[in-house]
Design a protein around this ligand. Structure first.
Ligand code: GDD
Ligand code: MN
Length: 406
């Protein structure tokens, strides 16, 4: 069952029972039961306003509401603010996540686990998402949608004050998501952090807390048919700071790559994270080949022997590849750097032997040279990857989950 094995770490305020005595069942036909999740990290300047606006947007006459603030134990004590201001309001709950890793997706996943109603909505705390649009999202669910998405890219939607580069990156990311995840293709804003879902959509899904685009996870893995998009304008952040860092772009691409494998059920064949590392390893290797060529040309131009040039070029590429894989593929892994460096050289030599061996056998058995070379490259890099995965960085990537925006 969804999230029963992942209890929320700690609720600072006593978890109050929802108004409905039976969880996930709406007690009256006139009111709609809804859990609104607000993930927060250092949002003390925004949190009380957004909670107030959510309460206003979803009045008790029409909604049986619970607002759950899921705070990552913010240094600015965000969690204290709603506790103080709304301590007497049974509709407001605060989860202060203390013991587990910080992260937007994990916070939302915990929020889903704590939510008691059938409809769950997610909204940012920084007022970039308009709380007054929540009823429209919930109406869409009432009318039969399984997922209702606040979209910046349907008629009536938009983004306030974004520079052109930001729009281009965002569009590029949306395109990537569409290519990778077939179900995301028909959706204009699969990157949205403002959405509502029926609980049944996510009930049996093992949401991956590594990913920070939780909606992509839901679209890639959830159980749903009808999706409705509701236009909204993504407003400018007035107070506090975005948690976006450059690292999150790589994180996003890795997440999309993993979903590309998982959403095609290929995860039974290969671990999605390993598949993504394989792609990154191949990418680094390709750039390493360019380094090899460049160094080779430079050394040959000094009238050095071509075998010496080859050796220098090989070593340059191995060092380049080590740095690239350490940084990108394995995300600055822990462990003894010197040992990793030495083992990588060893693995690369074995890979090189596999390469030359395959090339020789291919050429001798009469394969066209380019085809023989292709097989040799596959054999060499395959051995390199296998050796790196098992001997150089055996624990794989250890990237911290982070949040952000694309
Ligand atoms: N609990 C928790 N833990 N909350 C977090 C964390 C975290 O590690 N990181 C960010 N948040 C909260 C913020 O406090 C805010 O309420 C919300 O998540 C979004 O964070 P921002 O840093 O403001 O994100 P953004 O503006 O770059 O991106 C938003 O818009 C995107 C649409 O382009 C997010 O909603 C994205 O999910 C959304 O895709
Ligand atoms: Mn924001």
């Amino acid at each position: 069952m969804f999230n029963e094995t992942k209890p929320v770490d700690r609720t600072t305020s006593q978890p109050r029972p929802a108004q409905s005595p039976v969880a996930t069942v709406d007690s009256s036909p006139e009111t709609t039961g809804v859990s609104v999740l607000i993930p927060t990290y250092n949002e003390r300047e925004n949190i009380t306003t957004v909670v107030t606006e959510c309460l206003k947007a979803l009045p008790s006459s029409a909604f049986e509401l619970e607002v759950i603030v899921v705070d990552d134990d913010s240094e600015d004590y965000t969690w204290q603010y709603p506790e103080r201001l709304f301590g007497d309001d049974p509709r407001v709950r605060v989860i202060r996540r203390q013991s587990s890793e910080k992260g937007l997706a994990q916070s939302i996943t915990d929020g889903f686990g704590a939510a008691t109603h059938d409809f769950c909505a997610v909204i940012d705390a920084d007022l970039q998402h308009p709380p007054e649009k929540l009823p429209e999202l919930l109406d869409a669910l009432k009318e039969g949608a399984d997922v209702a998405i606040g979209s910046r890219h349907v008629a009536g939607g938009g983004i306030e004050n974004w520079p052109l580069w930001r729009k281009i990156v965002s569009r590029g990311a949306t395109t990537c998501a569409g290519v990778a995840i077939p179900d995301a293709r028909r959706i204009s804003d699969p990157m949205s952090g403002f959405f509502a879902v029926r609980r049944s959509v996510i009930e049996d899904v093992d949401l991956d807390p590594q990913g920070y685009k939780i909606l992509l996870e839901i679209l890639g893995k959830g159980d749903y048919d009808a999706v409705t998009e509701v236009p909204y304008r993504f407003r400018q952040r007035e107070r506090g700071e975005s948690k976006l860092t450059a690292e999150e772009y790589q994180n996003f691409l890795e997440h999309v790559g993993q979903l590309a494998v998982a959403s095609r059920n290929l995860d039974e064949v290969i671990d999605p994270m390993r598949a993504v590392r394989g792609a990154e390893f191949a990418f680094v290797g390709a750039t390493g080949s360019a380094v090899n060529m460049l160094v080779f040309v430079l050394v040959v131009s000094t009238n050095a022997h071509f075998l010496l040039a080859g050796l220098v070029a090989f070593l340059a590429a191995v060092n380049w590849n080590f740095a690239g894989n350490w940084l990108v593929t394995y995300d600055r892994p822990s462990g003894n750097l010197l040992r990793q460096y030495a083992t990588f050289h060893g693995v690369s030599v074995v890979g090189f032997v596999a390469y030359t061996g395959t090339l020789t056998v291919g050429a001798i058995s009469g394969l066209p040279l380019l085809i023989a070379n292709l097989f040799a490259i596959i054999a060499g890099s395959g051995i390199n990857f296998f050796g790196t995965e098992t001997s150089v960085f055996p624990t794989g990537a250890t990237r911290e989950p982070v949040s952000g925006q694309v």
